[in-house]
Design a protein around this ligand. Structure first.
Ligand code: SAM
Ligand code: SF4
Length: 464
């Protein structure tokens, strides 16, 4: 595949957008309100806006777009790291080959079962499975077996994993087909930085050196029949404005070549990691102010693409950006293999990076519920085949609200009954009551109330 990221073109687009005229900025903001998205050129103008008042208008627009399309729901998942062996040497990652102080682990299937049991007992239904890149310790066969093992784990109160997304080093088409057969949801892969020279410097050895193999991976996944793919950039490695445009170019190319853009965009920011020079001293740190701005601009540019925020961010920062466009979050995460079932006091020695939000799932749920967001464990769309282009066709006329909001209430109710602490249960029931009064119209209100009653009576895995 041809390399579709042209560094000069992105730099020129950013240069030409410098010192934007306020009228032009407001025209672009007005266009974003129409929910038709923005071109990379228009996004560049917003990225070059430094004026506080205009930046405030950008954040307000993103807030409204998020509310109109996604309502108040936040989908929750947990990352499951199964192995930390790696042949690559990414200068920002604790798993890098040259980090001799890392405790290397590849979980056995028995240990994976224990991890999944621990996650199910917290209430999780959705996982993101990941590992380092290693031909023997993290082979494709091992990864496939790990997915199959995790799906089979059942615990009391109907505890089960209903969707596993995966984040795995670039594969060939036939290999993606093998993974797809296990019934996964989204295949996620971050380009880290779209800037070629910086990419080369940060990935000095190992298969990840190959920029184009990584850039083209989501195309191969789609060719293999994976409907939902997720892209991302690791902010802090290069100029964030460049990488936002890189993400938009990538999204546009996927849409052009595969008929549908990415299902999600992730916005990780660099965190400190053991013996990882580029993480300890980020080459291009992104301030909180700029981070909020970039989330808002992505929301405006690709309004129907889900946006994922991880526990790399602190609770305070997470709270600020939820309303600017985030639709999925991880919670209660560990980045050291075995970290869920084993309380390892020396976890950092096996972890990929430090976490900004270390609260358990129930605490995160209480917090977001009190702030008016509805936590969702919904997996309905992918189980009903509403994926890829079908999902986008459905999302565009505003149906996300109809299905997703309703399923969020059902899965949240199940969580409240089966796993929540008394305090969270009380706050959650209050929120559901308020939503029944204010969010749903008469006919839907009846459907929701009837099904909630069934859940109260013991029915589980209710969705529409
Ligand atoms: N090893 C595979 C790869 O590199 O694609 C699988 C995913 S890796 C375990 C998950 C992601 O963690 C990487 O793509 C990178 O963006 C992110 N990451 C690595 N080091 C990080 C750090 N210090 N802070 C935040 N995120 C980091
Ligand atoms: Fe390995 Fe991925 Fe970490 Fe790079 S980011 S060192 S490939 S685990």
């Amino acid at each position: 595949m041809k390399d579709f990221i042209n560094d000069h073109e992105i730099e020129n687009t950013l240069d030409r957008a410098k010192n934007p005229d306020p009228m032009h900025i407001r025209d672009i903001i007005d266009k974003a309100y129409e929910l038709k998205g923005l071109s990379p050129k228009e996004a560049a103008v917003l990225l070059q806006t430094e004026d506080d008042e205009l930046t405030g208008e950008i954040l307000r627009a993103a807030h409204k777009i998020k509310k109109d399309i996604y309502g108040n729901r936040l989908v929750l998942f947990a990352p499951l790291y199964i192995a930390n062996y790696c042949t690559n040497n990414c200068l920002y990652c604790g798993f890098r080959r040259d980090n001799k102080e890392l405790n290397r682990i590849a979980l056995t299937m028995e240990q994976i079962k224990k991890e999944v049991q621990a996650l199910e007992r917290e209430g999780h239904k959705r996982l993101l499975m990941l590992c380092g890149e290693h031909p023997e310790r993290s082979s494709l066969e091992y990864f496939v077996e790990a997915i199959e093992t995790a799906y089979l784990v059942k615990t009391e109160q109907g505890g089960e994993i209903r969707r596993i997304n995966v984040e795995i080093a670039p594969l060939e088409v036939n290999e993606y087909k093998q993974i797809q057969k296990t019934g996964i949801g989204t295949v996620v892969l971050f380009q880290e930085t779209y800037h070629h020279k910086t990419y080369r410097i940060l990935h000095p050895s190992g298969p990840k050196k190959d920029y184009l193999k990584r850039l083209s991976a989501m195309h191969r996944a789609q060719e293999a029949g994976v409907d939902d793919v997720g892209i991302g950039a690791l902010f802090g490695l290069y100029d964030y404005k460049f990488d936002v445009l890189g993400l938009l170019m990538h999204a546009r190319q996927l849409e052009k070549d595969c008929g549908v853009g990415p299902h999600t965009i992730s916005v990780p920011r660099l965190e400190p990691a053991l013996n990882a020079p580029a993480a300890i001293k980020p080459p291009n740190p992104v301030s909180d102010h700029d981070f909020k701005k970039l989330v808002a601009i992505l929301r405006m540019a690709v309004p129907y693409t889900g946006m994922i925020l991880s526990t790399r961010e602190t609770p305070a920062m997470r709270d600020e950006v939820f309303s600017l466009g985030i639709s999925q979050i991880s919670a209660g995460s560990r980045t050291n293999p075995g970290g869920y079932y084993e309380d390892n006091s020396d976890a950092f020695r096996a972890a990929q990076f430090n976490l900004g939000d270390t609260r358990p799932l129930d605490e995160v749920i209480l917090d977001i519920t009190q702030r008016g967001h509805i936590p969702s464990f919904c997996t309905a769309c992918y189980r009903l085949g509403r994926t890829g282009k079908d999902f986008m066709d459905l999302a565009k006329p505003g149906l996300i609200q109809k299905f997703c909001q309703t399923n969020a209430v059902f899965t949240f109710k199940e969580y409240l009954l089966d796993y929540a602490s008394p305090k969270t249960r009380e706050a959650g029931e209050d929120l559901i009551t308020k939503m029944l009064e204010n969010t749903f119209k008469t006919k839907r209100k009846k459907i929701v109330s009837d099904r909630l009653k069934k859940i109260d009576d013991g029915e589980r895995d209710v969705y529409i």
